[in-house]
Design a protein around this ligand. Structure first.
Ligand SMILES: [Fe+2]
Length: 296
């Protein structure tokens, strides 16, 4: 790096910081770092950031990092409530081409969920009305994709994910399935309900400061991985949910809303006898072919 100049004006300061990245080995690092610096400096000047506000921002970021764990990703939540997560989805997963649309990963994804067989009950005792979820993994031309890894995770009737329960010693409402030879997958769980995102951290502070509601419309999360295809991260939302047009993380897309149909007791579509009322939902997940690598 070149010598750092002294006695800088505001403009010279920004220019000096930009110049400090001129020696970056990666052109992409240089582009990203320079743009970040330009926007951060412009932000500070635009709002006339006070030292108290700067300190509050630092404190919020610090607390967000400190409270983040495998099951509680507060930094992800901050990104979500600020709309950054959906902006990144928009840049990387343009709509069109016939593939299922993407939405936010959210803060409750856990890598390494237990592998389960099709037909398994992921609810595993979670409170809620039984719900059979069926789907298939397909290409944009409609061909089935076999052996796709389908991660699913969802909240229960209390609006909570397994990782939000203290002392729960096994995953619940969460698992990894594989599509069969015809691209199909199916599992039992519970009917998801709308829930408030956690508000006990900096993301909650942002919501309160903005006079914003913390609710997310009911949904089931999916992440689908298959050789030769872009990984799909999405949700399926419950049709009729009153929060569909007020999602705290801006993640709803009309194409991702599906009917969760109510059934009386009887034989379920997968052949299982149900002696209580239940719901079912069917949704096909369409994968985009893997794009040529960019920026790497
Ligand atoms: Fe969620």
């Amino acid at each position: 790096m070149a010598a750092t100049p002294r006695d800088l004006t505001a403009e010279e300061l920004t220019a000096a910081v930009l110049a400090s990245f001129a020696g970056a080995a990666s052109p992409r690092v240089r582009v990203v770092a320079e743009s970040l610096v330009r926007h951060l400096h412009a932000f500070v000047h635009e709002v006339g950031l006070t030292e108290d506000e700067w300190a509050a921002g630092i404190d919020g970021l610090t607390r967000a990092g400190q409270m983040s764990t495998g099951g509680r990703q507060e930094v992800v939540l901050l990104s979500d409530v600020l709309g950054v997560s959906m902006a990144v989805v928009g840049v990387n997963h343009a709509a069109g081409g016939g593939a299922t649309e993407s939405t936010v990963l959210g803060p409750f994804f856990v890598e390494g969920a237990p592998v389960v067989e099709n037909g398994a009950d992921l609810g595993a005792g979670a409170p809620g009305r039984p719900c059979l979820i069926r789907g298939s993994v397909r290409t944009t031309s409609g061909a089935p994709v076999a052996a796709a890894a389908v991660d699913v995770w969802q909240a229960d009737e209390a609006g909570l994910y397994d990782v939000q329960y203290a002392g729960l010693d096994a995953p619940r409402g969460r698992g990894r399935l594989h599509s069969d030879g015809e691209g199909r997958f199916w599992f039992w769980s519970v009917l998801p309900v709308a829930y408030p995102i956690p508000t006990d951290g900096p993301a909650g502070d942002v919501l309160r400061a903005g006079g914003r509601a913390p609710m997310r419309p009911a949904h089931v999360h999916f992440r689908v991985e298959a050789d030769g295809f872009e990984t799909l991260v999405t949700h399926v939302f419950v049709a009729g949910d009153p929060h569909l047009d007020a999602d705290a993380v801006f993640g709803v897309k009309s194409s991702l809303i599906a009917e969760f149909t109510s059934h009386e007791p009887g034989t379920a579509p997968d052949g299982r006898w149900m002696d209580v009322a239940y719901h079912s939902m069917q949704y096909d997940l369409v994968l985009a072919p893997r794009a040529a690598a960019a920026h790497r």
